[in-house]
Design a protein around this ligand. Structure first.
Ligand SMILES: [Zn+2]
Ligand SMILES: [Zn+2]
Length: 335
């Protein structure tokens, strides 16, 4: 399924089977979960995607071919893969390994990073190629469909969650896929969850409580206790001052989305007393490895709704309209 131009539907088209270049693996795709970022790309809210583009950055498949090894200071990580292995391909698809960020363990901020399904063709396809150094082995406990949402919603959610340090009372704004996954980890680590939904969204508030939130309410409400931290997953800038007002002194607000509407101005007193606002960008391979190690122990359960590859537009529309019963996963092939 190919995106030719932002603002237009994806087109089902035969394209040549990609070849694995140096350091790459050719992967036969079994499943690819859909992320909100895919919608932002289709809607033209993220600048300069590769066009035409194959979307998709939560890819699960089997290695069909391994390209020639690349010997460099980055190592030859793909020696840990063999033909036939199941792999996960995430959002972070390539870094230069050489810029100031990469050399200080912040490859998520790499100046020249390339992202799967954005600058590199992704997984809304039968085959894809990926830089082996950025692929993951996946826990055997999960099938292909259930593990796919862990690759972005899970990993990005995990990075956002780690930004909140040892916060005990944790507010979550926006109960989408990432929130639902990371709440399970937070509860496993004995955190108290306060769930914030759109004002009056009783269904989501009930869902938040059933996931284990000690309190759930509208984003216009104050929690019964001041929060140590909050994570904002909804792409709504107005939630930043709202979350700051709900924080105890020294608390942190982590914005987990790649795109957000403008943040309205707010009085400095709401930030005063060492409150912090930060954003969370991309992921590092270490985040991914940590989360995939932790997920089966919790165990993090995913809820999915599957679609055949050729119904990607339907899946995107249902996502946009908030009509999905779980993370949309395109089912492409089978082992
Ligand atoms: Zn994503
Ligand atoms: Zn770099």
């Amino acid at each position: 399924m190919v995106l030719d131009k932002a603002g237009t539907p994806l087109v089902l088209r035969d394209v040549p089977k990609p070849k694995s270049g140096r350091g790459q693996v050719l992967v036969r795709v079994n499943a690819c979960a859909i992320c909100r970022t895919d919608l932002h790309i289709v809607d033209g809210e993220l600048p300069d995607p590769k066009l035409p583009l194959i979307l998709g950055h939560q890819i699960v498949g089997r290695i069909e071919e391994i390209g020639e090894a690349v010997l460099s200071s980055l190592g030859i990580r793909h020696s840990s893969f063999a033909v036939g292995d199941r792999v996960g391909i995430p959002w972070l698809g390539w870094t230069d390994g050489d810029c100031a960020y990469c050399r200080s363990n912040r490859e998520n901020l790499c100046d020249h990073a390339k992202f799967t399904g954005y600058n590199i063709d992704g997984g809304y396809a039968e085959f894809t190629v990926a830089d082996a150094r950025f692929c993951f082995h996946l826990p055997g406990k999960y099938n292909d469909v259930d593990v796919a949402p862990l690759l972005c919603a899970g990993m990005l959610g995990y990075r956002s969650y780690r930004k909140t340090g040892d916060a005990r009372r944790l507010g979550i704004y926006g109960f989408g896929n990432a929130a639902r996954l990371i709440v399970q980890v937070a509860l496993y680590e004995k955190k108290e969850i306060y769930g914030f939904t759109r004002p009056g969204d009783r269904a989501d508030q009930t869902a938040a409580r059933s996931l284990g939130a000690v309190w759930a309410g509208g984003s216009d409400e104050m929690p019964p206790e001041k929060l140590d931290a909050a994570i904002i997953f909804a792409p709504v800038g107005g939630l930043v001052p709202a979350a700051l007002r709900a924080l105890a002194k020294g608390g942190i607000v982590a914005c987990g989305g790649i795109h957000m509407s403008d943040i309205p101005s707010f009085p400095y007193v709401d930030l005063w007393s060492e409150r912090v606002v930060c954003s969370v960008a991309n992921l590092t391979r270490q985040d991914g490895e940590e989360f995939l190690g932790l997920a089966p122990r919790v165990p993090v359960k995913t809820k999915t709704e599957t679609f055949p590859l050729e119904e990607a537009n339907t899946a995107l529309e249902k996502f946009r309209a908030g009509k999905l019963s779980g993370t949309a996963v395109l089912v492409v092939g089978k082992d």
